[in-house]
Design a protein around this ligand. Structure first.
Ligand code: F6P
Length: 334
């Protein structure tokens, strides 16, 4: 078919334009290939025997699903031998995963949440993969956890997939955010939206409202303003959506705007928040900013947060620029 741009062509053109190196191109191709394998496993559902608990727990103390474990293995295996990576960190692993000695090492660090939204696996609702790419500091042959602790501004690429009615890959290498849809007939990701722009204003928000009693007063005041709709201070109605898969909620915002909130509250204060900085917040913040949106902790730009731990959690507010600013104003004025 003429005029279709497969991911491979998109990346070669980005390389020719000097936006990425051949090594980074290979890295993204390998991650995309692994995501296709994960998409196949997700699609099999109960027929593939992949549903249900794995009977193990991850470093966060959360019960792992069989698909969490399988997706992690697929990504680790695919990225071990290409020679493009110095190290890998996964939300499912306590410590960074070393590249086996048998293989050459590259200059990049890859971080991923292999299967985001795992509470949705067994109920056949969209899940996805999130990844982030950093440079390995010069002179470091065997990266340790501290070498991954770079702020989000240091990311050279980030992306997510959604395994939904169609499988999509949303990617940035720092030159806009672009969406590819998996063509199951040819097995290629095809560019379907170049240069996504998130609308600056919105009338839709996403938050787990069952936590309302745990929220701090300024968060509650902000959400109550939205809920008051046209009779309240905002003067118009707001719609609410919560999929409980960050990839799906963010993808909706990439498509039609909105604000996604996971604030720190009394329930998760001791951990610093609910979502992981390195595997969820930073890559999504990079993608959202590259699409003209904003991403904040509520009090600080997310990409400026200096990480202190590989599995650190943070409060997250991201999406339509003006709405994120309105949320930040509430927290500031409080
Ligand atoms: O951290 C994983 C995650 O499943 C996100 O994908 C999602 O946004 C959030 O947690 C859902 O949280 P809750 O269980 O509070 O709805």
């Amino acid at each position: 078919m003429p005029n279709r741009t497969p991911l491979t062509r998109f990346l070669i053109e980005a390389e020719r334009a000097g936006q990425i190196t051949p090594e980074l191109r290979l890295l993204i191709e390998v991650v995309a290939r692994a995501c296709k394998s994960i998409a196949n496993e997700v699609r099999k559902g109960a027929l593939g025997g992949v549903l249900g608990d794995a009977g193990t727990g991850n470093v966060q103390g959360e019960a792992q699903k069989k698909l969490d474990v399988l997706s992690n293995e697929i990504l680790l295996e695919a990225n071990a031998w290409g020679g493009h990576l110095a190290g890998i960190a996964s939300e499912e692993l306590d410590e960074p995963h070393a590249i086996p000695d048998a293989y050459p090492k590259g200059n990049f660090l890859l971080l991923f949440d292999p299967l985001d939204g795992s509470s949705n696996i067994d109920v056949n609702v969209s899940v996805g993969t999130i990844f982030s790419v950093l440079r390995c500091p010069d002179g470091v042959a065997r990266p340790e956890a501290r070498h991954f602790l770079q702020p989000g501004t240091a990311q050279v690429a980030a992306g997510y997939t959604v395994y939904g009615p169609s499988t999509v890959l949303v990617l940035t290498v720092g030159h806009g955010t672009h969406c590819f849809t998996l063509d199951r007939d040819t097995g290629s990701f095809i560019l379907t939206r170049r240069d996504i722009r998130i609308p600056e204003d919105t009338a839709e928000y996403a938050i787990n409202a069952s936590n309302a009693r745990h929220w701090d007063a300024p968060v509650r005041a902000y959400v109550e303003e939205l809920q008051a709709g046209r009779t309240g201070p905002r003067g118009h109605d707001f719609n609410m959506r919560w999929v409980a898969s960050m990839v799906a909620d963010v993808h909706r915002i990439m498509t039609r705007g909105g604000i996604f909130l996971y604030p720190v509250d009394a329930k998760c204060r001791a951990q610093g928040g609910r979502l992981r900085l390195m595997y969820e917040a930073n890559p999504m913040a990079f993608l959202v900013e590259q699409a003209g949106g904003a991403a904040s902790t509520g009090t600080q730009r997310l990409l400026d947060v200096q990480p202190t731990g590989l599995h650190q959690r943070v409060p997250v507010a991201l999406g339509s620029k003006n709405e994120v600013a309105a949320y930040e104003r509430h927290l500031r004025e409080a």
